[in-house]
Design a protein. Structure first.
Length: 305
């Protein structure tokens, strides 16, 4: 079901200093996400989204932005892509993200987008305009294998399309990188997968890769994920139940080995593992804990797109 809603606000102030992406504001133009990744944390009960497959379009989002941005006293980075993907398929038709970015460009605000879609290229010219201040795009890539991505992220474009889009943006001078998370235990946690993602990201212009060798599971997201495991990988759910019980943070059993391999690979290619953070005054380096996911609290402003 797709329906339009009217929202009271469009920018949420990020309460804690955001050490990953340096966000000051979060902007969610939709509720629900058509990419339907089987592991999506936005299904968690704490977010109170009744049916995550239902898409709610914030029809008055552009008007709200036009009203609020000129009145903002603090010019900080606006993030999009934390609770849904701003370039899900419906965006192709209604161009809500595209229109919002134009308002942001006119008001000279910096932007960081997380996405799994090459549809972001449609807004390349607007992003170039925003990049006169600052624009960055992070692509979430969890597997180098397009066939596996189709199973895990059924509504999203394949990994190969995301990489091509990253290359185009990078060639256009936009800061691009990879959020390599989650890495699903017993599915994506192979040395071959991690090496391949790093290699491909390098070939396609990544400046940084933010990894997490594990995933989160909690009420709301766990049952959905386990049902999908039963359909797609029979027998695997039992391994999860045995190893993780009701744990929220589920690190891959071999995460240290993977991290070791990852660190060597990014060092070889000169890829950063922290995102350069933009502030209106200066650029500083973020200091994330490498083995914590981006979205451990409910003031979610990390992943994903
Ligand atoms: S793209 Fe992101 S928000 Fe959308 S379903 Fe996938 S993980 Fe969830």
């Amino acid at each position: 079901m797709i329906k339009e809603i009217h929202s009271k606000t469009i920018l949420n102030h990020v309460k804690q200093p955001d050490t990953y992406f340096g966000l000051k504001y979060n902007m969610n133009l939709y509720r629900g996400c058509q990419h339907q990744c089987i592991y999506c944390d936005s299904r968690s009960a704490c977010y109170q989204i009744e049916n995550f497959a239902d898409i709610h379009i914030k029809a008055n989002a552009v008007e709200l932005l036009e009203d609020v941005l000129p009145r903002k006293r603090v010019c900080g980075t606006i993030g999009s892509g934390s609770m849904n993907d701003p370039y899900m398929p419906i965006e192709r038709k209604i161009n809500l993200t595209g229109r919002a970015l134009k308002v942001i460009a006119r008001n000279s605000f910096p932007v960081h987008i997380i996405t799994k879609s090459d549809l972001v290229l449609r807004d390349l010219e607007t992003l170039k305009e925003i990049n006169k201040v600052y624009a960055a795009v992070s692509f979430t890539i969890t597997t180098a294998d397009d066939e596996l991505a189709k199973k895990l992220e059924p509504g999203a474009p394949p990994t190969s399309a995301r990489l091509e889009a990253m290359k185009t943006l990078s060639d256009a001078g936009i800061l691009t990188g990879v959020t390599m998370q989650p890495i699903l235990p017993f599915i994506e946690d192979t040395p071959k997968n991690i090496s391949s993602v790093v290699e491909l990201a390098h070939q396609n212009g990544t400046s940084y890769i933010l990894p997490w060798f594990g995933m989160s599971l909690r009420e709301g997201s766990r049952d959905y994920y386990y049902d999908k495991l039963d359909q797609l990988f029979p027998g695997l759910k039992q391994q999860y139940v045995q190893r993780y019980g009701s744990r929220y943070v589920c690190n891959a059993p071999n995460w240290r080995e993977l991290d070791d391999l990852f660190q060597k690979a990014v060092y070889k290619y000169g890829i950063a593992t922290q995102m350069p953070i933009f502030t209106p005054e200066k650029i500083t380096k973020s200091k994330p804990d490498p083995q914590l996911p981006l979205f451990l609290d409910t003031d979610k402003h990390g992943l994903d797109g």
